[in-house]
Write a protein that binds this ligand. Structure first.
Ligand code: ZN
Length: 214
């Protein structure tokens, strides 16, 4: 056990910071010191921003995005094409696509991928919410923006099967119901890569050259 160099308040701050992505104990110490040295300019406003985030941030009941309102800013944006929906694994993927402004569509966040080995089944993902949205008939195309990993592809196939089964059931009740087109992001998305790490040009290319799936 290393000796404590600072009081419990500072040690607690360092310990929490070291749990942030990309920060180890050494960089957490550096960040903590930087925050403390810049108390008025950084530590106080950061603390206020965090308190506000704790109070206001919520998960959108429609798409699974994280925002300060539910339905979120994207779901309530009437300038978006309501017939186009991009399905992603994580909120970070949604944010990456939005940051790159590559598509003017709605989104649906699954919250992960199917992974039997890790005990993640269909009920653990927001697939029922997706089917509830497509059942309304307004969505014409689903773009599967899942990663090119085995889990991502298994998830893509499962969703496609579910959408096709739904379309069949809907058509039996109403012959005029048209099934959605399902497409997938084109190559350029590296194996095991996450959308968040891609540059705008690659994301735009992946959207533009999307291919039919299923
Ligand atoms: Zn939303």
């Amino acid at each position: 056990m290393a000796k404590s160099m600072a009081g419990p308040e500072i040690e607690a701050l360092i310990k929490l910071l070291s749990r942030l992505p990309g920060l180890g104990p050494r960089s957490a110490r550096r960040v903590a010191l930087h925050l403390i040295k810049n108390k008025e300019q950084l530590l106080v406003p950061l603390s206020a921003a965090m308190a506000e985030a704790v109070e206001k941030v919520q998960v959108c009941e429609t798409c699974g995005n994280i925002d300060s309102a539910s339905p979120c800013t994207i779901c309530t944006d009437t300038r978006r094409d309501p017939s186009l929906l991009v399905v992603v694994e994580d909120v970070s993927d949604l944010w990456a696509l939005e940051r790159a402004s590559v598509i003017n569509a709605g989104y649906h966040v699954l919250g992960g991928t199917l992974s039997p080995l890790d005990g993640v089944g269909p009920d653990d993902l927001n697939i029922a919410g997706l089917l509830a949205r497509t059942a309304k008939g307004e969505i014409r195309e689903i773009i599967l923006g899942v990663n090119a990993t085995v889990e991502g592809q298994t998830t893509a196939h499962y969703i496609t099967d579910q959408l096709q089964a739904q379309a069949k059931a809907m058509q039996a009740a109403d012959p005029s119901f048209e099934p959605v087109t399902i497409s997938q992001l084109a190559h350029g998305v590296p194996i095991g890569g996450e959308l968040d790490y891609l540059d705008e040009g690659t994301l735009l290319q992946a959207i533009r050259s999307r291919k039919a799936f299923g």
